[in-house]
Design a protein around this ligand. Structure first.
Ligand SMILES: Cc1cc2nc3c(=O)[nH]c(=O)nc-3n(C[C@H](O)[C@H](O)[C@H](O)COP(=O)(O)O)c2cc1C
Ligand SMILES: Nc1ncnc2c1ncn2[C@@H]1O[C@H](COP(=O)(O)OP(=O)(O)O)[C@@H](O)[C@H]1O
Length: 346
């Protein structure tokens, strides 16, 4: 996928999906779907005749996600914050959907003061040569967020550009289980949103969060050295360094699926099952938060490797054990529970 912060370097003409897309959740995927290359859509739908037609399409229209960097909220508050999908991961998720290009509009004073009309004319028409645009129903743009999705449709129509306004994706939830704030927001038909997914991840409801995402919540990081204690208790753990702006779910133990990205050309990547702990490791008086993964039935060297970790099941909260022996017994138990979970899935 081609990623650029300069509209001058963008490949044109384009099919554009506009938005912030933090999480690239099911609602975002629905907005992105109409701009995917016709070839990709025809293949997904198994339409052979359409596939042949699409592959002969000229000129090529680049399926392009246009978003803002920094996030407008960060620009206005000056406060850095965490994201479900920091930039590298957003690139990874968009690429796996089949998006060909990501344009990161530098959100600065100049961009923030463009009117809705100026934004369409300058960015979408002149620079990106948009032939079609897709946005969610709640999309706002232009200075003071004054332009709505309908305004975009009316302005773009003056240039002959069709705009798809995609209805907000909802999720039919299970019954509330308690009276916490989240359950109150958790009505029968809930709008899928980044903030709801964050709340679910914080309370350990990974199952619901994953349903809203349309895939498993993912961490992408590099393996660094820890205290080298894991190997002494029989459970070596790969300590993951994550982007500083990555949103972390609640502390505790998870069953995970891990892709080890390997530079060796004949062994591009391998997928393993594992258990992961996020927390301060109170049993060994840990002083900082760590994210560490033990791969089941595996041994080898992971230092320096990039791991893509998919969180499949929340197993239990982190605890302080009275001895390393008690912790070891519990980790063995966690491995058994994770194995049973993955067996039941296959
Ligand atoms: C599946 C799993 C569960 C864990 N659960 C806990 C826990 O409940 N409490 C805790 O203090 N540490 C827990 N840990 C972290 C261990 O304390 C840690 O792996 C050990 O101290 C080794 O750390 P090192 O990789 O820095 O050498 C867990 C680790 C794993 C892999
Ligand atoms: N099954 C496994 N799961 C995770 N890491 C493993 C495994 N087997 C070997 N390793 C290696 O051991 C390292 C972890 O050992 P550990 O003693 O916990 O040291 P550290 O504290 O540096 O993480 C990993 O980074 C990896 O290179």
């Amino acid at each position: 996928m081609w990623v650029t912060s300069s509209t001058e370097l963008a490949r044109t003409p384009t099919f554009v999906a506009l938005g912030k897309f933090d999480g690239v959740h099911r609602g975002h995927q629905k907005v992105i779907q109409p701009i995917l290359p016709p070839l990709k859509r025809a293949e997904d739908e198994g339409n052979f005749a359409e596939t042949l037609f699409a592959s002969s399409q000229t000129p090529h229209l680049y399926s392009t996600v246009v978003t803002f960097n920094p996030h407008p909220q960060e620009f206005f508050t000056g406060q850095p914050r965490t994201w479900l999908t920091p930039l590298d991961e957003k690139v990874h998720q968009l690429q796996s959907l089949g998006v060909e290009q990501l344009v990161l509009l530098p959100f600065d004073k100049e961009l923030s003061t463009l009117s809705a009309e100026q934004f369409v004319e300058k960015i979408l028409v002149k620079q990106l040569q948009a032939a079609q645009i897709s946005v969610g129903q709640d999309f706002c743009f232009g200075s003071n967020r004054s332009g709505t999705a309908l305004d975009l449709k009316l302005i773009a129509a003056q240039y002959g550009i069709p705009v798809s306004i995609v209805a907000l994706e909802t999720y039919a939830s299970h019954e509330p289980t308690d009276s916490s704030d989240v359950s109150v927001a958790w009505a029968e038909e809930t709008r899928i949103s980044t903030s709801l997914i964050r709340q679910l991840l914080l309370r350990g409801d990974l199952q619901s969060a994953n349903q809203l995402l349309g895939r498993a919540y993912t961490l992408i990081g590099t393996v660094i050295k820890g205290q080298q204690l894991g190997r002494t208790i029989g459970f070596p753990t790969a300590n993951l360094q994550l982007p500083k702006d990555k949103f972390l779910p609640c502390h505790g133990v998870y069953a995970v699926r891990v892709t080890v990205c390997d530079e060796t050309p004949d062994n591009p990547e391998n997928i393993y099952l594992g258990v992961m702990n996020i927390g301060h490791r109170p049993t060994v008086n840990g002083t900082y938060q760590s994210v560490e993964i033990h791969l089941l039935d595996w041994s080898g060297d992971l230092y320096g490797k990039k791991l893509i970790v998919q969180l499949e099941r929340f197993l239990r909260p982190e605890q302080k054990f009275s001895s390393l022996e008690a912790l070891k017994t519990q980790i063995q138990q966690d491995c058994n529970v994770a194995r049973a979970f993955f067996r039941a899935q296959s």
